[in-house]
Every structure is written in C-alpha cells, then in structure tokens.
Design a protein around this ligand. Structure first.
Ligand code: OGA
Ligand code: MN
Length: 305
C-alpha cells in the first residue's frame, strides 16, 4: 500500500532556518493519523517552533488535537476565579476579554497580571512540573501590534563562551510568578496566591531527551539562583537573558487569524508585544505538561552529581 503524505515542513525564516518550521497541507481540526502525529513531534524536535495557518478550531477541536500529542496541563497559572472564567480549564485564556466577551478595562487586575506575558518567559516554569508544548490559536487579532516573539535557547546556549557554560551547568534557579509580576511592579497578591506560587526549583541548563541538545532554561519567572546572593543572581540572570534574546536568536511572529503556533517550552522563550488595549485580541492556548521537572532533564553527567 502506498502512503500519501500531503504535509510539508519548510523553514519560514531565512535568517533562522533551523528554528521556525511552517507546516502546510494538514488540517489539525480533524483526527490525525499516526504518521502525522510523528511528523509533528519530529518537526518540533528539529525546529522548536511550528507555524500552521488556517486552522479553524472550535475549542473542543483544539483540545482534541492537543491531546493527540500528549497530556494536557490545566490552566491554573492565572488569577481568574472559576466563576470569572470564559473558557474551560483545558484552555489558557490569552485574551483581553471577560467571560461575557467584553473588553477588560485598562486597570483590570486580570489584564494587568496578564501583561506579564510581555516579558520573556517559558510557559509554566513557575510550576514544579512545567510545560512541554504550548499551542496558541489566534481567533481574533488587533490591526497592529501583538506579535509574539520566540528566542532559540539551544542556539543561545551553544553561543555561550566555555567559561560561562561551565558556570551555568549545575545551577538551579527559583521560579515564581511573584518574581515575574514584581518586575512590572505588580505585587497585589493575596496570601493564597503567594502560597500557591511559592518558588519552585528548575535547572538552568537542560537537555532535550530526544535530540540531546542543551539549552538555557530562562524565564522572567526566575528570580534567584540557589546558593547565590540575590543581587548577584539577578544580575547574572539579566545578563543571560540579554545574551539569549539577541536579535540573531529571535523570530517575530506576525499573526493572521486562525494561525496555530506551537512551541517547545524546553528549548524556547517567548513574549507578547504590546497592542492597543481598546482592540480585541482573542488567543487561546492549550498546553502539554512536561511530565517531569527540568531537574530530571539536566545533562546526564550533571544530574548524577
Ligand atoms: C502564551 C503567551 C504570548 C502572546 O500564550 O503563553 O505568552 O503573544 N502568549 O499572547
Ligand atoms: Mn506564554
């Protein structure tokens, strides 16, 4: 029997041919074949970010698509109470809308908390078990602004000098949403939120289980390095973030409605860019859990120590 494979993956960004793949010839809203699922995983392993256009998802279809690739993480990373939610717990609401579909006022607490996405981060690094893939579906986009930028943390690691590589190798960072929001001056947390987001430990260098490549595991959520004095830790993390987000490592995605962009949080950072708060931006994210802490994915010789 002959198997007809209709999809194709092409580098989208000539300046970063190994970072962003554009996938054509596949409809993610219907059930995928085993070959398609394997091709997506293989594409993610080699690129780190995949872009699919014209994926007209209903929420349930986006959830079903995501489940074919792995186990979903629950959307417990925001400050919305159950009764204020617009979407199910399988979807992260990356919009500026309330549950009635109305624009959030400029000073709305949930909106201000959500502005944390403007800082470079890796999804759910503030959870003990962080995220693997994120899948962001663009339902409605503003006329201007609101790009999403991605930084290649494998390339950033590779480009470190030898001395810095050995310095970062065994370090463990402390990640919390209290840290990332603090950077923006948002510190209006309840005691329950402070308890929920107590810092978690994550490796600063991790190894991809399939490709063996090393990457820097950074995020604005990282607010300390275990065993280091705070100002020294934060200034070093700031240096590493500056290094990792230099232009040569960064791709800016300009959204079209119904794009589905999928990234591997183990090997990338991303950030949203500003847009007019009077315009609707409705994006919905499904997220796969990494299953284990990054501490379990340190390079072999380091984890043994
Ligand atoms: C996310 C995120 C960025 C954006 O969905 O995890 O950070 O541009 N989104 O909305
Ligand atoms: Mn994010």
């Amino acid at each position: 029997m002959e198997i007809f494979i209709s999809y194709a993956v092409h580098p989208i960004d000539p300046a970063r041919p190994t970072f962003i793949g554009e996938v054509s010839g596949i409809d993610l809203t219907r059930r995928l074949t085993e070959e398609e699922v394997s091709a997506i995983h293989a594409g993610m392993d080699s690129f780190g970010v995949l872009v699919f256009h014209d994926q007209h998802f209903e929420d349930e279809q986006q959830i079903a698509f995501s489940r074919q690739l792995g186990m979903l993480e629950e959307a417990t990373g925001d400050i919305m109470s159950e009764k204020d939610r617009r979407l199910s717990m399988d979807l992260n609401d990356i919009s500026n809308l309330d549950k009635n579909g109305e624009l959030l006022p400029r000073d709305d607490r949930r909106r201000l908390f959500g502005l944390g996405n403007l800082l470079w981060h890796s999804d759910s690094s503030f959870k003990a078990v962080p995220a693997k893939y994120s899948m962001l579906s663009a339902r409605k986009i503003p006329a201007a602004g609101g790009n999403t930028e991605f930084a290649d943390m494998r390339a950033a690691y590779d480009a470190l000098d030898g001395e810095t590589k050995s310095e970062v190798h065994n370090l463990i960072c402390l990640h919390s949403q209290i840290f990332s929001r603090g950077v923006l001056g948002f510190d209006d947390f309840t005691d329950a939120e402070r308890a929920k987001w107590a810092p978690v430990r994550q490796a600063l260098v991790r190894q991809h289980p399939n490709t063996g490549r090393l990457s820097l595991y950074l995020a604005s959520h990282a607010g300390g390095i275990e065993g280091w004095p705070m100002p020294e830790a934060r200034s070093f993390l700031r240096d590493l973030n500056e290094h990792a987000t230099q232009r040569q490592f960064v791709y800016a995605h300009v959204w079209r409605p119904w794009d589905l962009v999928m990234w591997d949080n183990r090997v990338t950072m991303h950030r949203a860019r500003r847009y007019d708060p009077k315009e609707v931006r409705d994006m919905r994210r499904t997220t796969l859990t990494n299953g284990v802490s990054s501490l379990e994915q340190r390079p072999i010789e380091m984890a043994k120590r």
